[in-house]
Structures are given as C-alpha cells and as structure tokens.
Write a protein that binds this ligand. Structure first.
Ligand SMILES: [Ca+2]
Length: 489
C-alpha cells in the first residue's frame, strides 16, 4: 500500500515543487472556537455579488467577505450532492469511502455513508462540542445513516433533496411532516439555527447548516419571492444571504463572534445558476462543477478584506478543524484531507499545503482530471490547462508542456490507483443485526468486509443489485422496513 505522503514525495521529486510546508504556530486562540458551516446546494461560483453576480444581490455575504476572507480557488470533491457531502464530513475523497453517486429517497435504497466512517461531527463531539445538522442530509435515509448516528446531537431537515419523494421533514429521528412547504424551508432552518446558537452560547458548538436551496425547485418565503433580478433561483439565494446575515448578527448579539468561525460555501456547481467565468457546472469535472464560492469569517482572527487564490478543498476542512480545536484524527484509516489551518487562519500570507487534487467523473469512480497547483491535467483526453492564466479551461497548453503533462498524469494516476485499491465500503442497511444495531466494524475488518462484498469493485463498477439483495434474510428485510418512512404512518 502506498500512502498519500509517499505521493507527496513522489510529486515533490518529480516536479521540483517550490512550495514549502509552513511550520504554523498556533495563534493565541481559544482552543474551542464555535464553527458554523453553511453549505448551500447547487450554488454556482458566480452566484454571489462578491463573486461577480450582477443579478443576485448578497449584501450580507459580501459584508462577511469584507470582514473576512474570500477563497477563490476552493474545490469540492464531487460535482453532485451526496459524494460532495461525504467528502466534506469525512475529509476523504468520496470513492475512498465507497460513495460515488447520489443516494435515492426510496425505501429500497439500502446504502448510506458507512456508520464507521469518522465524521466532522464526531470529531467535534469528541472535543465536548454540542453538534447540530440543520438542513439537507443526503448521506442515507435509513436509520443507521441518519445524522444522529453520525455525531450530531440534533437534526432538523429533509434527509435528501427536496425534489425527491416523499418530501418529509425530520426532527432528530422522527418524521414531523410528510408534506413540507418548501417556500418556508430557509426560514425554518434559520429559526432552528438561531435557536441552537442561542441555546449553546455558553459552550462550544458546531453547527452544520446544509441549506436545501437553491437546488431546484427553487422557492422562497413571501418576503423574498419575486424580488430578485435572478428570478426564483435568485430569490432562493437572496433568502440564504439574509439567513447568513441573521446568523452573523446573532453571534454578535450574543458576544461570541470573536470565538466563532463561520464558513459559507456550496456543495457543487450550478444546475440553473451561474459558474461565472468557469466552464460548465453541476455533474462536470470542469471547474464549474467543483470550484465553489467560499467565504470565511472570524472577527479578530481572520484578517478583514482578504482574498486568497490559494488552493483549498472541502476535504481539507476536517483536518484543519482538528488542528484548530486540538482534536486527534483516527490513525487506523487513510484520510485524504490535509491540515490547511494555517491558510484558514492567515489567508493574507499563507501558502496552501495542498498541491494535488483528483477530480472524479460524475457518479463514477473513474478519474477525470488531476490538479497540480495551478495546472489541470485531463489524462483521458490529453488536455492541460494553466488555471492561473485560464480559469475557464479554454486553451489547451499540453503541446507546449508535454513533459509536465506526463509527470502530472503519472503521479495523479498513481494517487488514483492507491485510493481505488484501498477504498472502504459504502454503508449497507442490510448489515443491521437482529437487535437493530449496525454491525460493529473497526477499520481493518471493515476493509475485509469490503473485499467480501464491496459496493463497487476494483474497477469502479457497481456491484449488481441482486448480489447485495441475495444475502438479505427475511428477518433483516423486516428490520429494513423499520425506517423513517414507517414512523410517519
Ligand atoms: Ca448539490
């Protein structure tokens, strides 16, 4: 097995990187800052006014950027919902943990993020934080996969996209509505978020706020409906902007804003919005599918009005937060994220510790593109782009940089092969026991279980459904029916 650090060495040897790993000293900070992570759905790189939108007005997020940092080269690890959320919460490439596409909402969807994966919420909880997920989950709707089972003390929201049926609303593990009014989603999420912040003002908290909007169908409450020049999509974005302003104001009112890191970004590129200068959008490995607007705010810690074009990715947030709060990550598994806390705390001067990043094909575990610093290599179509000069991937410069292209392709493919060879299995609700508990696994037995019955094979091919179903006993089938959907009846 080759570890990521070996690839970093490989890359450094092959490409004579000039990037140093800074020896960041921890600043004199509280070691238990609150973290609020706002994660919108399908919002494009060009869909905030501080990222150039001329039709969508986002004054609160613009102010957040004026008082904090705007990252212009922030990448998510998938161009669609579930794998992107998987990566955010586990610090791993989605295919590392067996999640390659979007989870369905139907009762016969047996998969979810494996309960044994170590999530960001579990990390915060380990450090004594109160944790909440308010919004769209989409990492499995069967009981073993719900937020409460993945480190969150509290959950409120729709457990998948609001264009899926049944359109249920959950509080913790109970279905509280089976016909959600989607026009009020952003309002309701905001109310719950403000209540959670207020209730935890005297103790450290982690609030994960994955908004359902502006994923289609877009809607907004009466105060925002029909108001944006960006149409119904713009209305939804502007209501989220208002919501963000409410959260920042609440933190100030409670006097905890200097002890709170707030992050605003989105899960993947736009389906109806704008990727601004980027090429393509949702479901694409072009920058439009993966590069997201990202703003961070931490008064007194992050230097105001900073713009950083350093490479930062969603998988780096887990190890970065671990460093900031002094948490220890599991040593029994590979985690792909890199500690970029130095960049988050000092974006005005810090360099990114990340040089490499892999772009996977939409709903697939095949490699689409390889990032090396500002270079983006497309190994299957022999393209090379210099994103520093050509953010829109419009001018292929491979011919003039063949040796560099070959080196990036070779190293990137080796990184990809390592992940494929050491992928861990997706969660499968068939693995619940007769007592209703998810089968306990440790990292190594979990890997063996994956070889015995992988969710996808070594070539990235999905295991035929009947092979999975074939081993389900009638007793387990009965248990499987005990899902969130039964509770509403
Ligand atoms: Ca999405």
């Amino acid at each position: 097995m080759i570890h990521r650090r070996d690839f970093l060495r490989l890359g450094a040897a092959g490409l004579a990187s000039t990037l140093a790993y800074p020896a960041w000293g921890r600043p004199a900070l509280s070691n238990t800052p609150n973290v609020v992570l706002i994660f919108t759905d399908d919002q494009g790189y060009g869909d905030l006014s501080c990222f150039g939108s001329t039709t969508i007005n986002t004054p609160y997020i613009d102010t957040m950027a004026d008082e904090g940092v705007k990252f212009t080269d922030f990448l998510v690890a998938s161009s669609v919902c579930s794998p992107s959320r998987t990566a955010l919460l586990t610090g791993c490439y989605p295919c590392r943990v067996g999640v390659k596409c979007v989870f369905d909402s139907k009762d016969d969807e047996v998969n979810g993020l494996h309960p044994d994966e170590f999530t960001m919420a579990e990390m915060f909880k380990q450090q004594g934080y109160a944790t909440a997920c308010i919004g769209k989950w989409h990492l499995g709707h069967k009981e073993p996969f719900l937020p409460i089972k993945q480190g969150f003390d509290f959950y409120y929201g729709i457990p998948y996209s609001h264009d899926m049926s049944p359109r249920i609303l959950m509080r913790n593990e109970e279905v509280i509505s089976s016909s959600v009014d989607i026009s009020m989603l952003t309002q309701n999420y905001t109310t719950e978020a403000l209540d959670f912040i207020t209730a935890n003002k005297d103790n450290p908290f982690f609030l994960y706020l994955p908004h359902s909007m502006p994923h289609t169908p877009c809607d907004a409450s009466p105060a925002f409906k029909g108001k944006s020049a960006g149409g119904s999509y713009g209305d939804a974005c502007e209501e989220i902007d208002w919501s963000t302003g409410q959260i920042l104001q609440k933190l100030k009112d409670l006097g905890i804003e200097r002890n709170t890191l707030v992050i605003f970004t989105s899960d993947n590129g736009p389906s109806v919005g704008s990727a601004g200068p980027l090429s393509e959008g949702k479901r694409s490995a072009r920058e439009g599918g993966h590069r997201e607007p990202c703003v961070m705010w931490w008064p007194g810690t992050i230097q105001p009005a900073t713009v950083s074009d350093e490479l930062l990715t969603a998988i780096d947030l887990l190890p970065s937060f671990a460093s900031i709060i002094g948490a220890t990550l599991p040593a029994d598994r590979e985690i792909d994220g890199i500690d970029a806390s130095g960049l988050i705390l000092h974006p005005e001067s810090a360099k990114s510790p990340r040089e490499w990043f892999l772009y996977y094909r939409f709903c697939d575990c095949n490699l689409s593109a390889i990032r090396y610093n500002k270079w983006k290599c497309w190994p299957n179509t022999n393209e090379l782009y210099d994103l520093g000069q050509d953010i829109g991937e419009s001018t292929d410069v491979r011919a003039a940089n063949q040796a560099l292209y070959d080196q990036i392709k070779s190293t990137g493919k080796a990184m990809y092969e390592e992940i494929k060879a050491n992928a861990r299995p997706i969660g499968n609700a068939n693995d619940i026991t007769a007592t209703g508990k998810y089968l306990p696994h440790t990292a190594k037995p979990l890997a063996r279980a994956g070889k015995r019955r992988p969710a996808f094979d070594i070539a990235g091919r999905r295991v035929p459904e009947k092979r999975v179903r074939g081993i389900v006993s009638s007793k387990k089938k009965a248990l499987l029916r005990h899902t969130c959907f039964e509770k509403k009846q």
